[in-house]
Design a protein. Structure first.
Length: 93
């Protein structure tokens, strides 16, 4: 699946900024910067991985700057970035 670089989210408290880029080397690389990474870093990465997998994205670099976002917000931002990166609209089937 071909990806373009895409962004979603903000740097406001309770949100997460997602940058999704193509990965020429293959595979999924997640770079997470979070104020709560020590406590919730693994959970945040798992939500990101599951959301990308549900969109069929297996080769990408995702840079996330988290400001305490809930799982539902993380899913929404990753989905929005995936839609923008692929051009595939998941909301209108």
């Amino acid at each position: 699946m071909e990806l373009k670089t895409a962004f979603a989210g903000t740097l406001e408290s309770g949100d997460i900024m997602i940058q999704l880029l193509p990965n020429d080397k293959g595979g999924l690389q997640i770079d997470l910067e979070s104020t709560v990474a020590y406590q919730f870093g693994n959970q945040i990465k798992e939500v990101i991985t599951q959301t990308l997998a549900s969109q069929g994205i297996t080769d990408a670099v995702l840079k996330a700057t988290d400001k305490g976002a809930l799982d539902c917000t993380i899913r929404a931002r990753v989905t929005a970035a995936a839609v923008r990166a692929t051009g595939k609209d998941v909301w209108s089937d």
